[in-house]
Design a protein around this ligand. Structure first.
Ligand SMILES: N[C@@H](CCC(=O)N[C@@H](CS)C(=O)NCC(=O)O)C(=O)O
Length: 204
């Protein structure tokens, strides 16, 4: 299997899960700025992450790759059994992070050109994205006030995904959402050995 990633991109979540589970996956780094980048050829959506199976089948999107990788290790604490409430809760966070946090909030901040052709409007698009991001992060911060991780008091694939966006938040100019609970959570995330290995590999 091959996992296509780009340094610092949302594919980091899948990269972390590969490391957490010590999976026999070759991690292939692509450049998102290269119009001929491998991700354009491999993924049906031209994006990372993309997981290519040994028979050539390609699976795209973290919301699907993360559960797929976790299911390769039956009984892993990173996910939960089919039909369980915890599995539904973990999937609920994946959906929320992908739609409200990533596409809904960070995309206008990071790629305002996708919303308005006129560059003079981009600051306004980014400002809207920041307002949306604050609204999207508030329920996450409230949820984590009494918890160590998102679901079941253990690190799951939902946490692997949330950590990506808290990293982007930490690096965003002016840090648009300041919250002690999220800061402490992100510190816990960064201290995980698998996160360190994936992060080091992406800067190498
Ligand atoms: N929400 C999806 C989105 C995938 C996505 O948008 N990936 C970005 C990197 S964070 C990408 O490949 N962008 C390249 C482009 O849009 O051309 C996921 O988490 O898998």
């Amino acid at each position: 299997m091959k996992l296509y990633i780009a340094p610092g991109a949302c594919s980091f979540a899948s990269h972390v899960v590969v490391q957490e589970l010590d999976l026999p996956v070759e991690v292939v780094t692509v450049s998102l700025t290269d119009p001929q980048g491998l991700h354009k050829q491999v993924s049906p959506f031209g994006r990372v992450p993309a997981l290519q199976l040994d028979d050539g089948t390609v699976i795209a999107e973290n919301t699907v790759i993360l559960p797929f990788l976790a299911d390769l290790v039956p009984g892993t604490s990173l996910f939960a059994p089919a039909g369980s409430v915890e599995r539904a809760q973990i999937q609920s966070w994946l959906g929320y992070l992908s739609s409200e946090v990533h596409t809904g909030s960070f995309r206008p901040i990071n790629r305002p050109g996708r919303y308005h052709a006129d560059a003079a409007q981009h600051d306004q698009v980014r400002a809207s994205g920041i307002a949306l991001l604050r609204a999207a992060l508030a329920p996450i911060a409230a949820h984590l006030q009494t918890r160590t991780w998102l679901v079941g008091e253990r690190f799951t694939i939902a946490d692997a995904y949330l950590g990506v966006f808290l990293g982007w938040l930490a690096r965003a100019p002016g840090k648009p959402f300041k919250d002690e609970t999220l800061d402490a959570y992100y510190l816990r995330y960064q201290q995980r050995p698998a996160v360190k290995v994936a992060a080091d590999a992406e800067v190498a």
